[in-house]
Structure formats: structure tokens, C-alpha cells
Design a protein around this ligand. Structure first.
Ligand SMILES: [Ca+2]
Ligand SMILES: [Ca+2]
Length: 165
């Protein structure tokens, strides 16, 4: 009886080891003919993903820090390289509460010599800017109201259009 239980336990654990993981929803590659590397990825508020890494295929020469924004299905929304003629890498990326992004890495192109800490802050994505967004942060909130209010005040409470040249 003991032997049977041991055998059953073994079978169950072997089954666990051999179990397949979840199915692939999508997979993508980004890059050119030289070395390109993803280091950090995070899901973003819009359901897409932000990826940080480095590219030798594009940019200013040697490795450049490479940021890629993809949508929910992994389609490239935008991408950008940062760095100079030296070696520039991203280590980590995440979205910030203002909808922008902050990236940490290292750069030998800039700074005091050899590798230096390299931090980049990007503002929020603004692919569809609302018409009433006057502050350029891609959303309509009290800051836009403050801009309108100050325009009316500047115009002695007449419609601001009448004060514009
Ligand atoms: Ca490549
Ligand atoms: Ca570079």
C-alpha cells in the first residue's frame, strides 16, 4: 500500500513538471541586423506595454537605450532611441502617475566619464489630444480650466478671442 501511494505521488509530481504553461497569445520581435535587447517590460494604463532595452541597429552609434511602446496586441505604437556615440543601456522602465514614463539605465556617452547613471522622463502619450486640452498633458482637467479662467481675467472678463491679435 505504501509503495502504491509513493508511486501515485511520483506520478502526480511528474505530471506537474510536464504540464504545459499557458498558450502564447502573441509574440513579436523588434530590431535590425545588429544586437537588440529587451531588458524591462511593464503593462501600461492603456492595457499596452512599455519595453526598455538597447539597440545596436538604430540610433546614434554603439548601443543606444531603446524604448518601445506597444498596444494590447503587441503592435508598435511608437519607439525612440536615446544616447550618444558611446554605450547606452536601459535597465528599468515604468509608467508614472502623470501617464508618462521614467527609465533608468547607464550611459558612457554623457556624464563624468565611463558609465554614468542615465535617467530619462518622458511625458504622457498624446496620440489623440482632446480639443479642450490647453496644457498639453493629453487630458482635460482643472488645469485647463485655470488657463481659460486666466485668459478671461487677462481680457477684463471679455471673451478671450476679442483680446487675441
Ligand atoms: Ca537584431
Ligand atoms: Ca550609443
Amino acid at each position: 500500500m505504501k509503495k502504491i501511494i509513493v508511486l501515485l505521488v511520483l506520478l502526480v509530481s511528474v505530471n506537474k513538471v510536464l504540464a504545459e504553461g499557458p498558450p502564447v497569445e502573441w509574440e513579436k520581435t523588434f530590431g535590425g541586423s545588429l544586437d537588440d535587447l529587451g531588458i524591462s517590460v511593464k503593462q501600461t494604463m492603456d492595457g499596452g506595454y512599455i519595453i526598455a532595452g538597447s539597440t545596436n541597429s538604430y540610433g546614434a552609434g554603439n548601443d543606444d537605450l531603446w524604448i518601445i511602446k506597444v498596444d494590447f496586441d503587441g503592435n508598435d505604437i511608437w519607439n525612440n532611441t536615446f544616447g550618444g556615440s558611446g554605450h547606452d543601456f536601459a535597465n528599468s522602465v515604468q509608467q508614472t502617475t502623470d501617464g508618462g514614463y521614467v527609465i533608468a539605465g547607464k550611459s558612457s556617452s554623457y556624464g563624468a566619464g565611463n558609465d554614468d547613471v542615465y535617467i530619462i522622463k518622458l511625458s504622457a502619450d498624446c496620440i489623440d489630444q482632446p480639443r479642450s486640452d490647453l496644457t498639453g498633458d493629453c487630458k482635460v482637467d482643472f488645469r485647463d480650466f485655470a488657463v481659460i479662467a486666466s485668459e478671461w481675467l487677462d481680457c477684463n472678463l471679455d471673451p478671450p478671442e476679442t483680446c487675441r491679435e
